[in-house]
Design a protein around this ligand. Sequence first.
Ligand code: ADP
Length: 400
Amino acid sequence: MDILVINCGSSSLKYQVLNSDTEEVLAKGICERIGISGVLKYTPKGGETEVSELDMPTHTEAVKYVLDALTNEKTGVLKSLDQIDAVGHRIVHGGEHFSEATLITEDVIKAVEDCNDLAPLHNPANIIGIRACQAVMPNVPMVGIFDTAFHATMPKKAFLYGIPYEYYEKDKLRRYGFHGTSHSFVSKRAAELIGKPYDQCKTVVCHLGNGASICAVENGKSIDTSMGLSPLEGLIMGTRSGDIDPSVIQYIANHYNKTLDEVVEILNKKSGVDGLSGVSSDFRDITKEMEEGNERAKAAMDAYCYRVAKYVGSYITAMHGVDVVVFTAGIGENNSYVRRYVMEYFDFMGVKEDKEANSVMHIGEDTKMTTDDSKIPFYVIPTDEELSICRQTVEVLKNA
Ligand code: ADP
């Protein structure tokens, strides 16, 4: 089957077409600056990336341009839209409604809308993407894959905030977690690599991208993860603060005459290693500046790695042990300095870095970062959220 995977952000739309039998990517790309100006990037399998500036007031036009590119006579990879057997939509917040991928119906869309207050930046964009696809492909089945679903197995002790219980009961204010597609994909692969059944494996997954979260996966189930009600909780990220004393919000609001929304915007977009270093949110820049002696870049790196290590340690305790720790996403897969720094914290547990394996770039490859006599293996496992969405879409259709 040919599956179109759609991932709508507030002003972007990432897409891929995959053949689910061969798991080959037939084409991929992104629409950026939707609502501002509009850029379509399109890369067919084995071909050059085409970049076109196009008028994209909304996601509806973006979807139309993507489909035009996919069926274009010269560089298109599909003869017609009829070739698309299903669309898998990434949906950020499923609240407590969804514990697995689901065939999209009007009831499902209504339930996603009910979660809009929990993810005001993300869910509305996801729904626009679904509606735009339905408008041009009314008879093609659509499947929703929720970032939160994998964490539906978290026990209450892990998802409750220490605030009055009625906020949970009435408003569903609780921890949900994100990056579920990635944590699930990578933890399954980790079990294969260490040769242990998934349902008997204790894994800590460190998804370290611009957004970053850590997940404790015990016996195939997420039992805790570092993001919470929103993706703002947990690790220090590219531009997000991660865990913070709520009094800091009050202080900034009072002392700098900011509204609550403005402070939250600062915590989401101007904080993290970007805010700390004053250099950039990109770890390539942070690492370079740090090596050239920039003290703020070093402070940002120290704080970042320290918090990753603290979470990994706490999740090992939460699971009463660990079989494997995994690094994934842009920083986890590519930044050997971060991996070394984090692994060093676990020397007391007998973790030994394989210096050569960790120093060499293994782009796109599963690679062990520790020596054979290390007490706990640490791996790099490249994540592939689109492939995971494609697989889950096919699974839902099989069972429909
Ligand atoms: P997103 O959350 O936007 O998907 P990514 O997973 O792409 O983020 O991660 C972005 C981060 O990964 C950046 O800080 C960047 O420095 C780092 N990164 C991505 N690719 C590379 C690379 N080839 N070499 C070093 N760092 C990289």
